[in-house]
Design a protein around this ligand. Sequence first.
Ligand SMILES: NC(=O)c1ccc[n+]([C@@H]2O[C@H](COP(=O)([O-])OP(=O)(O)OC[C@H]3O[C@@H](n4cnc5c(N)ncnc54)[C@H](OP(=O)(O)O)[C@@H]3O)[C@@H](O)[C@H]2O)c1
Length: 380
Amino acid sequence: MIPATMKAMVLTGYGDIDKLDYRDVTTPSPGPGEVLVQVTATAKNNTDRKAREGLYPTKKGEMQSFQMGGEPTLQFPRIQGADIAGRIVAVGEGVSDSRVGERGLLDFNIYANDRRDINLTPDYFGHGADGGYAEYVSLPSDQFHHIPNPELTDAEVASMGMCSYQTAMHMMTSANIRAGERVLVSGASGGVGTALIQLCRIMGAVPYALSQQDKADALLRLGAEAVLDRSDMASFVDRVKAETGGRPIDAVMDLVGGEMTDIFIDTMIFDMNARDTYPRLSIAGASGGNISEILWTRIYLYQVQIFGVSHGTREEAEQLMAWIRGGQLKPVLHGAFPLSELHRAERYFVSRGSNYLGKIVIVPDSQWNEHGKPYALETA
Ligand SMILES: NC(=O)c1ccc[n+]([C@@H]2O[C@H](COP(=O)([O-])OP(=O)(O)OC[C@H]3O[C@@H](n4cnc5c(N)ncnc54)[C@H](OP(=O)(O)O)[C@@H]3O)[C@@H](O)[C@H]2O)c1
């Protein structure tokens, strides 16, 4: 029995966490081509906070969320939460009843068209339409992918959501990463970083992780070739050389930006004769600062190719779902919070301790005992 109303965490406007209001709202019903999903876990992403705080400027001085298709799509009230796992409980017109009961994971994009190979106006559930910080959500049936794997819990499935994994994949494909290439991954312990390390190994590339020393063992277990401590950037190129046997990094997957990006470029260009491809920099995040000072002469004389990455394509999401089903991708789940305590989760997320790795998931209170409690994080 689907209730007429449900619990949801509603974002009421731009601002701090006081703009998140836990309340009863009308349960959505699935439209044509949609499925109604009972949410069991939704992974948290940085984008929730950034969108809430209006930190997605595409012009200097702008303070609002992005509007890639021309019009602002973040309207209030909005239910955030992009990386949704759950079970189909009802289907809309044109969708087979046989899907009811299916456990799945959302491809979080709101695609502007049916193109499988390109996504020019990235927008997503939880931003341009309601997402998973609720008990139910209506989603396009073709984007809710069946993940039957009994070895994966729902919280683990959510932790492999596309906001991190598809972005990581598109960083790799944009830079045309080949087997055997040395890839530097910054922000390595986060959601996108841990996905990048795994994807490098799947594609045969060799990931060098930039992180913090106390996360080194976990990152090495995940597949990093070596872990470089970001607390000392002064001798960074020498430390990279020590790990690579003096050879340059082939491509950088950058999530940090700020002052570090220029140093990352150094790791690729110190010996151009030792390269047989152009240096490549994919950037999808700027956790260390939104402004970098980089000489254009360095970019064009060394022929550094720069790829801005936001989300990815339908075919990349489908490939990732196949790798999740096939067991090639592993969950990196740090912990869970109940939906009613999203404020506490947000505070924890911005002041994470040194042992943090991977993803946090948010679980509706009605699902907590089954899907959240085993991963509960005790915090202040
Ligand atoms: N373009 C897109 O489509 C897209 C999609 C998803 C995410 N993003 C962006 O990509 C970035 C990473 O996302 P995420 O979900 O992986 O975030 P996350 O889980 O918060 O991880 C970010 C990691 O960056 C490192 N870091 C944080 N602050 C830093 C600083 N000041 N200097 C250096 N390193 C710092 C930390 O890793 P260590 O402790 O290991 O160094 C942290 O765990 C964010 O900026 C996010 O907004 C973009």
